[in-house]
Design a protein. Structure first.
Length: 212
């Protein structure tokens, strides 16, 4: 469930990938996708998606049975969920005291001034559901320079009916971002690592939608 920047590195590392996405998402049609699952349903019943993924997974992998004989390189299920859910990730980094921007989870029924965060800030959905993409396109977040801009976008956020995460924006251009990745073994030793800057992005400022 990711874009080409996730699919391509995994495939080039020899890891077979199955892609789940809505029609039109590039990764769904990539040569790096060994199998695909189209998900266009905009239902609010998440159980439908869960059952669809379970049915798909039964034809692909049997984690619980295989764990009896093999070691898995993926993290345990709880940590995986902590990493992919924006609200749970925020709680995770706060528990461990990691230096991340201040953030707050909220429903759009909130009054904007109640967020208690310094501007500028970005607003993003806890999960990138179809309702967000249909309204704002394939954007990761919206940027609010001040409270007036935030109030202007609020009616559309309220209409979508999702939960969001507001986060303080760290100023600076995208080329200043550097990422660090590593794999560790069972004893916590680093087995492989990589540090690299972002070399291209669109738009040039950041992959956000500045609210006009």
């Amino acid at each position: 469930m990711g874009d080409m920047d996730l699919l391509r590195p995994l495939a080039l590392a020899g890891i077979p990938c199955a892609v789940v996405g809505r029609r039109g998402v590039r990764s769904l049609y990539s040569r790096y996708a060994q199998s695909t699952l189209v998900w266009d349903d905009d239902t609010s019943d998440i159980e439908v998606l869960v059952e669809t993924l379970v049915d798909f997974g039964k034809t692909q992998r049997f984690r619980e049975r295989l764990m009896q004989a093999f070691r898995f390189v993926v993290a345990d299920p709880i940590l995986v969920e902590d990493l992919v859910d924006k609200a749970r990730f925020q709680a995770l980094v706060e528990r461990h005291g990691l230096p991340v921007p201040a953030a707050r989870r909220f429903p759009a029924v909130f009054e904007p001034a109640e967020l208690g965060l310094r501007f500028p800030l970005i607003v993003k959905p806890l999960t990138r559901l179809n309702r967000w993409n249909d309204r704002f396109g394939l954007r990761k977040a919206l940027c609010a320079e001040n409270i007036e801009v935030l109030r202007a976008m609020w009616p559309q956020l309220r209409d979508i009916g999702l939960e969001f995460l507001a986060q303080q924006l760290i100023p600076g251009t995208e080329p200043r971002i550097e990422s660090y990745y590593c794999y560790t073994d069972a004893q916590g030793r680093v087995a492989g690592e990589l540090t690299g800057p972002k070399i291209r992005t669109y738009p040039l400022a950041y992959i956000l939608l500045r609210w006009r």
